[in-house]
Structures are given as C-alpha cells and as structure tokens.
Design a protein around this ligand. Structure first.
Ligand code: FES
Length: 303
C-alpha cells in the first residue's frame, strides 16, 4: 500500500482529560486507506532538534478526517498540545499492519478489546468496525481520571468494564485480572471457539494478555509500542524478537514493529525485557533547561 506524505490541516485539538488530548486532522488520502491498528507519523515541529516524526495510532476516522488521541509524555506531545486549529502538520501514513478483524485465523465472533492507559487510542477505531459484534471492552488505568473513551465505547454498544490501580472506579487491580474474570465467566467449551482478544497498552499488560490467551487457548492480537525513528522499516530501530518460523534451528528472528506490526499474533512474540537506554538516568535527572540534543531526541522517540 502506498504511504501518503502530506500536510494536514488541524481541525480540532482539544484536551479530553488532564493528561490527554484529541486532535482531528483533515487528511482525506489517509482516511480513505486507514485500517484499525495502523498509525501515522507526525512531525510535531520544524525546529531542528525535533525533526523526527512521532508515531500515533489512528484513533478514529470520520469521513475525510483522522483523529489521534495522545497523552502528554514528553517535549513532543507538549508541543503538539499547543497546536491551534487552522495550523498544519506533516503526516506520513497510514503505516504498519493493523488488527486482523474481518476474517482469518485469529478472528472469532466475540471480540474482547483490552486497553491499558493511552493504549486505548487505536481500539476505538477497531470497536467502530466491530460494533455489530458488540465487543466487550476492558479499560485499565491508574485512576478514575485516567480512564479514556468510556463514553465512545458505550455509544458504539460495547459492554465496557473498568479496572483502576487504586480502585477509584471499577475493579481494583490490573485489567489483565479483569480479563481472566471475563474469560472464566464463560463455559470452557465456548472460550477458544468464540473469543478473540485485541490488546493495546503497556508491554507488561500485553505480556500478561499473551500469557492468559495461551493458558486458555484463545486467539490474541497485541499492538506493540516501540521507539520509532523512521516508521517505514528503514532504520531497524524498532525491532522485536519473534519466534522463528523460517529458519530451522533458530528459535527467534527479528521483526520491525513499524512495518511488520505494530499488531502481532500474541503467540509470536518473545517477551524479553527491554534494556534501559544508556542515558536514561541522565534524562531523568535533567531539568527542561538542561536537555542536551541527545536527550531531546530520546524524548522524541517516546512522546
Ligand atoms: Fe525505523 Fe521501524 S522505526 S525500522
């Protein structure tokens, strides 16, 4: 599929929670081709130190408009939050391989969508496509005020359940624990014939989802988040280990999250711990004014 590079006009950029914003971009060429789970790379500024684009999952498509939902996570997203309607942004997209939701080995009749924090962003687009199947949506967040998109899912007819770390709303604990209770409530014969899991969120949540899917023999797709520089498969900065199907005697191979993913069959992923970036300690200590170019570029790949 041809990737569109274009300048998109900002129609709306509004705060939807203390920690999150939603931006609507007028991008007909991307809207026409976008699929749930794909993403766009956005250049947040033309300032020289922040030239790299940042990845954002496509949150929703309405006509010729594309929405992104983003959390405030660094310098780049802070800059993005300050953009005004009427301004323009450079976009690349739609990128990556999204969720398999129409047919295929991983698709069943009862979808369960599992979101952790801002990982909810691409799942609204998926729920729009799956609404006839009345998906169950499990939203995990730190506190009640961190829950996003509950209304949108309910408006689509989804059965929404919430888990918060502090118990301020819904189940107190991890969303993966809530997932176990949903699965356990079904007769065992129905589980692997009926359920398909679709998850997006922190790596620990995705790993737990993969383990639960394996335990109950349920199909699951996970959308991975990795630091991305190019977003188009050129720099190899986003590779993850997956179980090797190709080479005999080799237990794993590397795949690019931006090109081969971000969505993968949960069974494929080799869940190795991610090494801490070498200058992470420096970055944690630094004040805003102390940022070196290196630190800003590191933020660039995170925010
Ligand atoms: Fe460059 Fe994936 S971000 S290869």
């Amino acid at each position: 599929m041809k990737v569109q590079s274009l300048r998109a006009k900002i129609a709306i950029n509004k705060q939807v929670a203390a920690h999150a914003y939603k931006m609507t971009l007028m991008a007909p060429a991307i809207a026409k081709k976008a699929a749930p789970g794909q993403f766009v790379m956005v250049r947040v500024t033309d300032a020289c130190l922040l030239l790299l684009r940042r990845p954002f999952g496509i949150h929703s498509v309405k006509g010729s408009n594309v929405d992104i939902l983003y959390g405030l996570a660094g310098v780049g997203t802070k800059l993005l939050s300050q953009k005004k309607p009427g301004g323009y942004l450079d976009l690349l997209g739609p990128l990556g391989k999204g969720f398999d939701w129409r047919s295929g080995a991983l698709v069943r009749q009862s979808p369960v969508l599992i979101a952790g924090g801002i990982g909810v962003a691409p799942l609204v687009f998926l729920a729009e496509k799956l609404k006839k199947l009345k998906p169950v949506v499990l939203l995990g967040a730190k506190t009640k005020s961190h829950i996003l998109c509950e209304k949108e899912f309910k408006a689509l007819g989804c059965d929404v359940k919430v888990a918060t770390d502090d118990g301020s709303k819904g189940y107190k604990g991890f969303v993966s624990e809530l997932l176990i209770s949903v699965i356990a409530s079904l007769p065992s014969v129905a589980r692997n014939d009926v359920l398909s899991l679709y998850a997006c969120g922190p790596r620990s949540m995705l790993k737990a989802t993969a383990a639960i899917a394996k335990q109950y023999n349920i199909s699951a797709q996970v959308s991975l988040e990795e630091h991305m520089a190019c977003g188009i498969g050129a720099c190899l900065g986003c590779v993850v280990k997956v179980k090797s199907k190709k080479e005999k005697g080799k237990s794993f191979e590397h795949k690019r999250v931006c090109k081969d993913g971000p969505v993968f069959d949960a069974k494929e992923i080799v869940w190795v711990p991610r090494p801490e970036p070498p200058n992470a300690k420096i970055r944690r200590r630094g004040t805003r004014d102390e940022f070196s170019a290196k630190n800003i570029l590191l933020e660039n790949s995170e925010g």
